[in-house]
Design a binder for this molecule. Structure first.
Ligand code: F6P
Length: 328
């Protein structure tokens, strides 16, 4: 047990995700269990620069495990990208006698934490909290599973109206520049086609597939499109393109947007977040730093932040093959 660490800060940063509250709860409760003080930092690095802190004990996190969003709020801080901003943050942490922090967020948040650690030798541990599931060093990020369930539930609803009107729907999902949400939710929702940035098969292949669907007697279709897809056309332009080349299709578009970021976290995400929170605090108390907690083969792991921020989890080629076969 590292003797230096007596008070740990915890905060959420970047795009929020369902399960962040479960992670906060776990860090706070683990600190209480280990007889370590814990301080909540509001609005990520922005709040750190402003000294927006609140002491937290085991009771501060009652009844939040099932709540989407983050009770500590989240933000993206440009000022923290400056040495002056980080200096202000450091001063505030020291004034508050905070010895280390746990950052719950994505690669951008981890980059800030890594630089902060390098500049001030300040112990930091990351918990991957983002719906994108795009962080190297973990099979799952907190929020991904809940987002998948949200998307599948919505696509099931879209499929009802698509089949009532014999329509083709393009459904755009989040994921920034990766296709994990699109691929997994697309397979789960039985989409006829899934367009992801990792595999740009081109518009001809899309037209071919849609023509085949029609010829095979499918009266309605769902095409899931990752927002970072590389066809060069957004979903509205894809609609026009298909209407132009296959006029028999009656096409509509649904952009799911930020609903994918909300909702009560799934049990999977709650358990994942709870496990990661314990691991993060234990790592700090063992004197470890600049690492991200991950899960691989259902085992908790620690990956250097420098690696976590540099890589993306690879798209699952076997799942792409499954999706191709399911489109038969
Ligand atoms: O990183 C999570 C995410 O939801 C991405 O999937 C999406 O592209 C982005 O955040 C949206 O950012 P904002 O919430 O700032 O609009």
């Amino acid at each position: 047990m590292s003797t230096e660490i007596k008070k740990i800060g915890v905060f959420t940063s970047g795009g929020d995700s369902p399960g962040m509250n479960a992670a906060i709860r776990s860090v706070v409760r683990t600190c209480a269990y280990m007889k370590i003080e814990c301080v909540g930092i509001y609005r990520g690095y922005e709040g750190m620069i402003e000294g927006d802190f609140k002491p937290m004990d085991a009771r501060s996190v009652n009844n939040i495990i099932n709540k989407g969003g983050t009770i500590l709020k989240s933000a993206r801080s440009l000022e923290f990208r400056t040495p002056e901003g980080r200096a202000k943050a450091y001063e505030n942490l020291k004034k508050e006698s905070i010895d280390a922090f746990v950052v719950i967020g994505g690669d951008g948040s981890f980059t800030g934490a890594m630089i902060f650690n390098q500049e001030y030798n300040f112990p930091v541990i990351g918990i991957p909290g983002t719906i994108d599931n795009d962080i190297y060093g973990t099979t799952y990020t907190v929020g991904f599973d809940t987002a998948l369930n949200t998307v599948v539930e919505v696509i099931d609803k879209i499929r009802d109206t698509a089949s009532s009107h014999n329509r083709l729907f393009f459904v755009e999902v989040m994921g920034r520049d990766v296709g994990h949400i699109a691929l997994n939710a697309g397979v789960g929702a039985g989409a006829e086609e899934i367009l992801i940035p990792e595999e740009n098969l081109g518009l001809d292949r899309l037209l071919e597939s849609l023509k085949r669907s029609k010829q095979s007697g499918k009266s309605s279709s769902i095409v899931v499109v990752a927002e970072g897809d590389k066809t060069g056309k957004n979903v509205f332009e894809l609609k026009e393109y298909v209407e132009e080349h296959i006029p028999i299709y009656d096409v509509r578009v649904s952009v799911l947007g930020h609903m994918q970021r909300g909702g009560s976290p799934s049990c999977f995400d709650r358990v994942l977040a709870s496990r990661m929170g314990v691991k993060a605090v234990e790592a700090l108390l063992e004197g470890k730093t600049s690492l991200m907690v991950g899960i691989q083969d259902n085992k908790l792991t620690l990956t250097p932040l420098i690696k976590a921020i540099k890589g993306h989890t690879k798209i699952d080629k076997e799942l792409i093959r499954v999706s191709d076969i399911m489109s038969t």
